[in-house]
Design a protein around this ligand. Structure first.
Ligand SMILES: [Mg+2]
Length: 217
């Protein structure tokens, strides 16, 4: 097994990597449509169609798509982000391997988050383990970028004063968590929690413990 030399920073994506998507899905696909249904006195299914169509029309290449407050305002819903988050807090789950591994790694490395999600979603879901992280970067909230581009990763390296070769990034999106960071020389790994068959010749992990094989700590 080849060890990665001189690692200083280990970076994690959030949704699909540290947490399942249940909470996020509940807020967007259940919370917003059900409030819309109540407001317009229509069925949930009708509201769901209207709301998801509006999401698609805006599309994930526009920054508003990521901002919950934009949608609350646009649909003129009688709620707040906090209220919606609290309504679905029972759906927040952190994968079991996350805290033990992060506790171990933080003794030797800077542990950071690099996510596309709006910052409040990250802070709410990771509340019990937030103190372990050295820094939390949200592409959409901190950089007003809709995707984790290679420029985004470049800026992170600059801010942390490290070279891309000194960074490991782990996430579940082929382009935003693997190809883009890889392009500037970051050691990237694709997370495949659900163990889908991956027919790609790239480094894939099924859980976080697998990272330990690559490290000399
Ligand atoms: Mg993800």
């Amino acid at each position: 097994m080849i060890k990665i030399p001189k690692v200083k920073v280990i970076s994690f994506d959030v949704d699909g990597t540290l947490v399942p998507t249940g909470f996020v899905d509940a807020v967007w696909l259940e919370g917003i449509p059900s409030l819309y249904a109540q407001k317009h006195k229509i069925s949930f299914d009708e509201a769901y169609q209207i709301v998801t169509q509006a999401y698609n029309e805006v599309g994930d290449h526009r920054i508003e798509w990521y901002y919950l407050d934009y949608w609350i305002k646009r649909f003129d819903l009688d709620t707040t982000k906090e209220e919606l988050f609290n309504k679905y807090k029972h759906k927040v789950k952190i994968y079991e391997d996350v805290e033990p591994i992060i506790k171990l790694l933080k003794k030797y490395y800077k542990i950071i988050i690099c996510s596309n999600a709006e910052k409040d979603f990250i802070l709410f879901q990771l509340k019990p383990i937030l103190h372990h992280f050295h820094h939390i970067f949200s592409a959409t909230s901190d950089f007003k970028e809709v995707k984790k581009s290679k420029e985004f990763y470049g800026k992170i390296c600059e801010l942390l004063k490290v070279k891309p070769e000194e960074v490991i990034h782990i996430g579940d999106h082929l382009i935003f968590d693997y190809l883009n960071p890889k392009e500037i020389g970051i050691n990237a790994f694709l997370m495949n929690r659900n163990q889908h068959k991956v027919e790609l010749r790239i480094p894939v992990m099924n859980n976080l413990e697998e990272i330990l094989k690559f490290l000399n700590y």
